[in-house]
Design a protein around this ligand. Structure first.
Ligand SMILES: Cc1cc2nc3c(=O)[nH]c(=O)nc-3n(C[C@H](O)[C@H](O)[C@H](O)COP(=O)(O)OP(=O)(O)OC[C@H]3O[C@@H](n4cnc5c(N)ncnc54)[C@H](O)[C@@H]3O)c2cc1C
Length: 309
């Protein structure tokens, strides 16, 4: 039986694996190699690693794990269950693994707007997060995509980086009078026409073509169309979720299931690489403390007195 199985080898899972490896725990890490930011060429906002290629960042992390003897398996975990104080995990080839503790670091995936031409530009000039890519889009002509009222807040936020911001509601017209007033006051144009496609070259957005044939020049687009869990293991295990679809965590990344921890984007909190890595660290420390309780010998008279950690 492993001490810990970690599912997900993004920044959260890798950092947890590092601390647990350093604690000399028997660690197995599963990863299918689909981190959320794999569309992007540059990972921003991580001090000392600002602008690094996201794939290179993960390769550096994996290489560092080698000296701690963490076992890494590039397989999909299909099922995970909790039974009688331990976890049972099945990979997609039917192999069964067991562990005392389990960490879900499986991340999220973004629901992309259904716009022809978007996929070629996603992660390069079409983004979802202003903290990740706002600086790179500074002073550009910025389009914000949001059907209904979803884009109002993001349009206002983008004024931090550019004077030229246009909200595209893509055929919907659900803005309230107060939305229109706020947008106008802040110099944000609004286009309610349906979008036909995005056009650009080498990953750079150049224009938005509307269904009425009109062409509008834009250089970057931001959207906020929501996310979902990258896999359903949290549901299988009986985790509690927030209304936004992320797993509820308590202090030190503990879930509502004993021995089950959740770190990174799959759990609630700011969704950025440095936060995911820090949550992996916190979960690793908490898991190690629980394992100390399991392994350290107690005096017979001590009963249930906990071991100081
Ligand atoms: C386009 C884009 C650009 C971004 N840019 C930035 C940026 O510049 N700076 C920044 O800080 N953040 C950025 N982010 C956010 C960042 O990607 C996330 O915050 C970060 O990846 C979260 O790390 P994580 O470890 O929780 O999950 P992830 O990095 O998503 O890793 C999860 C891993 O788990 C694996 N996995 C999932 N399910 C299973 C399973 N069942 N079995 C085995 N493996 C599984 C996946 O393959 C994946 O490798 C960006 C996001 C996007 C979409």
């Amino acid at each position: 039986m492993y001490d810990v199985i970690i599912i997900g080898g993004g920044p959260a899972g890798l950092n947890a694996a590092m601390v647990l490896g350093r604690c000399r725990r028997r660690v197995l890490l599963f990863d299918t190699g689909k981190p959320r930011n794999r569309w992007s060429h540059s990972m921003n906002g991580f001090i000392s690693r600002d602008g690094i290629n996201p794939q290179e960042f993960l390769e550096l992390g994996r290489a560092e794990l080698q000296k701690y003897k963490v076992e890494v398996v590039c397989k999909l975990v299909k099922t995970a269950t909790y039974s009688k104080g331990h976890f049972v995990v099945n990979d997609d080839e039917g192999t069964v693994y067991t562990s005392h503790k389990l960490l879900l670091a499986t991340g999220l995936k973004d629901k992309l707007p259904n716009l022809p031409g978007l996929e070629e530009l996603y992660g390069k000039s079409v983004h979802h997060c202003q903290y990740c890519d706002g600086w790179e889009s500074r002073d550009k002509a910025i389009a914000v995509y949001g059907q209904g009222r979803r884009g109002v807040g993001q349009s206002l936020a983008m004024k931090t980086w550019s004077d030229s911001v246009t909200l595209y509601t893509d055929g919907t017209n659900k803005l309230t009078q107060s939305d229109w007033d706020k947008l106008k006051l802040n110099g944000i144009a609004v286009c309610t026409d349906k979008i036909a496609r995005l056009e650009g070259e080498d990953g750079k957005l150049q224009r938005i073509v509307l269904q009425n044939g009109e062409v509008q020049e834009q250089q970057a687009m931001f959207f906020n169309t929501g996310t979902k869990q990258q896999c359903d293991l949290g549901t299988q295990l009986g985790c509690e979720f927030t209304s936004k679809g992320v797993i509820k965590t308590r202090r030190l990344q503990k879930s509502n299931i004993p021995g089950l921890f959740v770190a990174g984007d799959a759990a609630r909190d700011v969704q950025m690489v440095i936060v995911a890595a820090a949550e992996g660290m916190k979960a690793g420390v908490a898991i190690n403390m629980e394992l100390e309780q399991l392994y350290l010998k107690r005096e017979p008279q001590a009963g249930n007195k906990p071991v100081a950690v």
